[in-house]
Design a protein around this ligand. Structure first.
Ligand SMILES: Cc1ncc(COP(=O)(O)O)c(C=O)c1O
Length: 500
């Protein structure tokens, strides 16, 4: 791989010159100072339209085994590096989607390769333990070095899990267990509770609820799905719980230009939250917890103000509900702080914070009070994977060593400013540019144009994702520099010029 990379560098420097002389590039972004990521490629390189013939062939082959309706193209992970994803046809794309926002420091980062090739780590990769019963002897140290070093304020306990959905699913269970224990006080469960729970009946299976928000996404497993309200396709045909759903503020952007209107909208939503909590208590289905994303991601990159989150936190406290912040998509540094909720500047932002994606392992941090009181109440076979903690510890080293949170803030500013400029240039096409760090989005005039632009951008060597009804979301890795921002803006500007 190394030799092919060196020979490619020559060809790429030629090709880069071509990119910079492409039409339209001067409109938005001046040539940026090139602070190149050491192991990155120089730019996109496209050989076919995407999916190319090899990807199509593979889709046919896999189609005989699975539903491949969601497959974009097949990838060559050996050749992918840094900010670039290479597909099975040899097309190299600047990746602003990063496996649904889950690649923290780019493809094939040398630090992670080094960790893999260290013989001392071999057994961790070879032997996947049932962590809940037989953890490895270095587990307390490793989890302290990795996850606990980024614990949200006020939390010293963490439960690892495998993915985002199972993290949320178990976080919900922890909130229900906490709530019932709080109600019981010192007395344990009654005989009636012990027998009724086995046949899914109250009081053993109590009618408690979780309040969630319209447009929210917390996963696709059964419990999580009851709190997910972003797309019909996730929900159709699946039985669900009668749990309260509050409106999430529909704000106008840029936020600082619409503070009065947005404050009114947020006040309306908060009032509704309190009404729902009261209503569900009266219905006999009290709200044990409130779950919310700091920025609604799948639902369309919807933001809310610090004031909104602070008041919501107070409502949760006032009504005795646990407050669960789902940082599965926002966590890990992409907003310019390690956790998006850090932007709120609160002393006591949450009772539970769930994570996955960029943290490589799933799980949730929680306050001491939300520790399940007995073994096996929060449990499954793997409960995470210690090899992912090894990777995470190294990812955190890289983030600190390379000041990646500052870099994200810098690249994020350049990206958002570039989007503002494009929005001013193409008002009929683009609107509502918004973002925090590189966690940015922009709306396109309609869903068909959005979908077409995503495909056209891909053919020009930029891989992007959509979210909500008609938004494009930007989810680059933390090593996405200003140089990459300008590369993207130039290509995107050319595309938009064709749509005029
Ligand atoms: C905020 C949020 N919560 C939960 C999930 C579910 O995570 P997973 O797909 O790993 O189950 C996602 C996935 O996109 C998410 O964005």
């Amino acid at each position: 791989m190394a030799t092919s990379l060196i020979s490619r560098q020559l060809a790429l420097s030629l090709q880069k010159n071509l990119w910079l002389s492409a039409p339209g590039c001067r409109h938005v972004s001046k040539a940026a100072a090139k602070t190149q990521v050491e192991f990155d490629y120089d730019g996109p390189s496209m050989k076919t339209t995407v999916p190319g013939p090899r990807s199509q062939e593979l889709a046919k082959q896999l189609g005989d085994i699975q539903n491949v309706g969601a497959v974009h193209f097949f990838c060559n992970y050996e050749e992918s590096r840094g900010n670039y994803l290479v597909d099975a046809d040899g097309n190299r794309m600047l990746d602003l989607y990063t496996q649904i926002s889950s690649i923290p420091i780019g493809y094939n980062h040398p630090a992670l390769h080094k960790l893999m090739s260290n013989p001392n780590n071999l057994t961790t990769f070879v032997n996947r333990p049932a962590l809940g019963i037989l953890p490895p002897d270095n587990f307390p140290d490793k989890i302290t070095e990795s996850l606990l070093s980024v614990a949200p304020i006020g939390m010293t306990r963490v439960q690892t899990m495998a993915c985002g959905s199972c993290s949320n699913e178990n976080a919900f269970k922890a909130m229900f267990i906490w709530y019932r224990n709080k109600e019981r006080g010192v007395s344990g469960p009654s005989d009636e509770e012990l027998t009724s729970c086995m046949i899914n009946q109250a009081p053993g299976c109590p009618d408690l609820s979780i309040l969630s928000f319209m447009g929210g996404f917390h996963g696709r497993t059964l419990g999580c799905l009851a709190t997910t309200h972003s797309k019909i396709i996730h929900k159709l045909d699946v039985p669900s719980f009668d749990w309260p759903i509050a409106p999430f503020p529909k704000l106008q952007y840029p936020l600082e230009e619409f503070t009065r209107e947005n404050a009114q909208e947020e006040a309306r939503c908060l009032e509704e939250v309190e009404d729902l909590i009261v209503k569900w208590r009266q219905k006999g289905k009290p709200v044990a917890g409130i779950v919310i994303e700091p920025i609604q991601a799948e639902g369309g990159d919807n933001h809310a103000s610090v004031d909104f989150f602070s008041k919501l936190r107070n409502i949760a406290r006032k009504h005795g509900c646990a407050f669960h912040v789902d940082e599965v998509q926002t966590g890990g540094g992409c907003t310019g702080k390690f956790w998006a909720h850090e932007h709120w500047g609160m002393d006591d932002p949450a009772d539970i914070v769930s994570f996955s994606k960029k943290l490589l392992t799933g799980g949730y941090f929680h306050k001491d009070a939300l520790q399940a009181d007995k073994a096996y109440r929060i449990f499954n076979t793997w409960m995470g994977d210690p090899s992912k903690n090894l990777f995470l510890a190294e990812v955190l080293n890289v983030i600190r060593r390379e000041n990646l949170l500052e870099e994200v803030t810098r690249s994020g500013k350049a990206l958002l400013n570039g989007l503002y400029e494009l929005q001013a240039q193409y008002p009929g096409l683009l609107s509502r540019a918004r973002g925090q760090g590189t966690f940015c989005a922009i709306d396109i005039c309609d869903d068909k144009t959005r979908d077409r632009l995503l495909l056209q951008a891909r053919d020009k060597g930029v891989f992007l994702g959509g979210c909500g009804d008609r938004s494009i979301r930007f989810r680059p890795a933390l090593i996405f520099k200003e140089y990459h921002v300008h590369l993207f803006l130039n290509i995107f500007n050319d595309l938009l010029a064709q749509h005029k």
